[in-house]
Design a protein around this ligand. Structure first.
Ligand SMILES: Cc1ncc(COP(=O)(O)O)c(C=O)c1O
Length: 372
């Protein structure tokens, strides 16, 4: 039973549209659905993406992969970091595809795989310059030989870009070159993994040479661009909107302060609307005094500190009533507030905005006819 009016609406038609727009003709599409599908709902997004031509799913955690299996999804699932120590048997039993890049990780995986029987395909990840996780590229050939000697099959060789959202930075090309050089060395030794992959959304949208055999797309699939330079380069449709409704309206006298700390002082009598959304829902406290919301097609400022469960909006002399729709992200009567705007107000990126919408906010799934 749902009582609160606050909801994140996810348009699965937009997800399908974005997959179709972003999938290169000759490369497979891995839908990155970690972090509950960047806040959109991993299971629902996965089904929509697979429907639209994705053939792989990608997660950060073994737990996330197992959840997809429990939901009845059978597509290949690549875990984007090494299986944590002790999780290997469970992960393999769930049919998750391992990424591997350390000797220790390989040894643990081989031991678990040996006990399972049957061929296990693995993806070796190279650190070509981001320095988060991965094998030093110059170790690729020796490591890949160790993979096969351990009875595992090399299915993929991949890397991850640090700055592909920047059109001009040459580092993406340098990272790609490092991956391809190692692939060439493997080829010379008679080893050709089925999948060479590197592109995230930035690579997929802005660097076609990085598409290779498979692209791993997260943000773009959700309809958001990974950087301002890429906005408009692909016809993306934001999938998430975030809505609530005014819970209470009151007139407040000039000189009064609003919310904790009383920092927001009214310099005139004003109508203050209270909205049942707070930082526990993922509307950060730092958005107080910076953000705006839409009510009746007007942009109105958040007034004072965002509290845990509620925030206040300064409506001036505009007519507002309890029950009026409030848009935190999305469109209303020709106006729009984007995840990028919220990100700018918070000093962060659009990735974090959609991931922040907390579990307390119910997700509702729409399938807008126009997007299908
Ligand atoms: C290894 C890896 N590949 C692909 C992606 C997808 O990136 P994006 O959301 O920019 O498309 C991520 C996300 O951070 C990632 O960690």
């Amino acid at each position: 039973m749902r009582h609160r009016p606050t909801v994140a609406v996810v348009d699965l038609g937009a997800i399908r549209h974005n997959v179709r727009v972003l999938k290169p003709e000759r490369a497979e599409f891995l839908a990155v659905v970690k972090a509950n599908g960047y806040g959109h709902g991993a299971e629902q997004v996965s089904r929509a993406a697979l429907d639209a031509g994705a053939t792989w799913l990608g997660v950060a955690l073994v737990e996330e992969g197992i959840r997809l299996r429990d939901a009845g999804l059978h597509a290949p699932v690549l875990v984007l970091t090494q299986f944590p120590p002790g999780s290997e048997k469970e992960a393999l039993a769930a049919g998750l595809t391992p990424t591997v890049y350390t000797d220790d990780g390989l040894a643990r995986l081989a031991e678990a795989a040996g006990a399972m029987g049957g061929p296990i395909g693995v993806h070796v990840k190279l650190d070509t310059g981001m320095h988060r996780v991965g094998l030093p590229p110059e170790r690729a050939l020796g490591f890949v030989r160790a993979v096969t000697e351990a009875g595992l099959e090399l299915e993929g060789l991949w890397t991850h870009f640090a700055i592909s959202e920047d059109l001009d930075d040459p580092f993406t090309e340098i990272q790609l070159r490092r991956l391809l050089d190692e692939a060439d060395r493997l080829k010379a030794a008679g080893i050709r993994p089925r999948y060479l992959h590197a592109a995230n959304s930035g690579g997929t949208i802005a660097h076609p040479a990085t598409h290779l055999d498979l692209v791993r797309v997260g943000l773009g699939m959700y309809g958001l661009a990974p950087g301002p330079a890429l906005a408009g380069m692909a016809d993306l449709r934001p999938a998430m909107s975030w809505r609530s409704a005014v819970a209470m309206v009151k007139r407040v006298a000039a000189g009064e302060g609003i919310s904790y700390g009383l920092r927001y002082r009214l310099d005139r009598e004003s109508t203050i609307a209270t909205v049942p959304v707070g930082y526990a829902d993922g509307f950060s406290r730092v958005l107080g005094d910076a953000a705006a919301v839409l009510i009746r097609g007007r942009r109105l400022p958040v007034a004072g500190t965002v509290t845990m469960d509620q925030l206040m909006v300064d409506c001036g002399d505009d007519p507002v009533e309890a029950g009026d729709e409030v848009v935190l992200i999305g469109r209303q009567a020709g106006q729009e507030i984007t995840a990028e705007e919220l990100a700018a107000w918070m000093g962060t990126v659009n990735y974090e905005i959609v991931c922040m919408v907390s579990e307390r906010v119910p997700r509702e799934y729409a399938d807008e006819a126009a997007s299908v």
